[in-house]
Design a protein. Structure first.
Length: 310
């Protein structure tokens, strides 16, 4: 057996596979509720104690949970959020995808291609990381673009719906627009309509954009072996602060996710522990933290720093 042919059945027993693949409607609903509860709490804190400090913290917290909604949508793309197929699609579309202007069905189609052709020419996600490493100047310019809303505006201008017939474009935006209207109406009914601008659109246009960039770099940039399922993606250690502001809902366990694509995100730490116990830990591409990955991502091609291993 070569590394390229390694499958879940090669590394786990049948009982382990059965246990890991079991989904839970309660846990899935808990993920959705947690993301929205954190968003609501951050808004309440700012509304009660408005200041520059609480605004900055709230933007970072809410932006991380907006990424969390995308992570939960990703669960539904793999039919792992809820036991039923219809519940995965409808629940995640309205509660996770549309609020952050994402399209679950389109994402599902592209994402399945990403798993089928990881790091190969057919991988639709490969162009986003192929250029790394880049210079520090280029990276920090991109960070500035993210945090000033330039990236979000550029993505809006580049949206292919502008070139589609009106009916097709409307079908793609009506869900997101209805969700934005519902959020605005809810906040307006509480006498806080301005929070929609400050603590929904602003995080979405800034911190969320940066997090999606960092997540993409950490998961697939500069991996050592495009053909090895243990080395063509990366698992990154995430402490409490990283989980709160950068890597919600166990999204950092990316090697485990690719190798065991049927495992719900809340079971990925258990999958990681099993792989470690079976001796696969040292064979996996790993990083000590997101700073390790970013240091290597911003080194010159000839002097790329080796990601520290643990």
């Amino acid at each position: 057996m070569t590394a390229a042919t390694l499958t879940a059945g090669d590394v786990l027993t049948l009982s382990e596979l059965r246990d890991l693949r079991r989904t839970s409607a309660l846990r899935g609903a808990g993920l959705v509720l947690h993301a929205w509860a954190v968003i609501a709490l951050a808004m309440v804190v700012y509304a009660v104690w408005p200041s520059i400090l609480t605004l900055v913290v709230a933007v970072a917290v809410i932006g991380s949970r907006q990424l969390g909604l995308l992570v939960v949508m990703h669960e539904a793309a793999h039919w792992l959020l809820f036991p039923g197929l219809r519940a995965n699609t409808l629940g995640a579309s309205w509660l996770c995808a549309s609020p952050v202007f994402a399209d679950l069905k389109a994402y599902r189609r592209a994402h399945h291609l990403h798993h089928r052709h990881t790091q190969q020419p057919e991988d639709p996600d490969r162009p986003s990381t192929a250029a790394f490493p880049v210079t520090r100047g280029r990276f920090w310019r991109d960070v500035l673009r993210d945090l000033t809303g330039v990236t979000a505006c550029a993505r809006l201008v580049a949206w292919d719906g502008w070139r589609r017939p009106f009916g097709d474009a409307w079908r793609r935006v009506r869900g997101p627009l209805l969700c934005q209207a519902a959020l605005f109406a809810l906040l307006a009914s509480a006498g806080q309509w301005e929070l929609y601008l400050l603590l929904w659109l602003l995080p979405l246009a800034t911190w969320y954009q940066l997090l999606t960039r960092v997540r993409s770099i950490a998961e697939h940039a500069m991996v050592p072996d495009d053909a090895d399922p243990l080395r063509n993606t990366r698992t990154t250690t995430a402490g409490p602060l990283a989980r709160a502001f950068l890597a919600p809902y166990w999204v950092n366990y990316h090697v485990e996710h690719h190798l065991l694509v049927f495992v719900p995100c809340w079971k990925l730490p258990r999958a990681h522990a099993l792989l470690r116990a079976k001796g696969y830990h040292e064979k996996m591409e790993r990083a000590r933290g997101y700073l390790d990955v970013l240091r290597r991502a911003t080194a010159s091609p000839g002097q790329a720093l080796k990601v520290q291993m643990y």
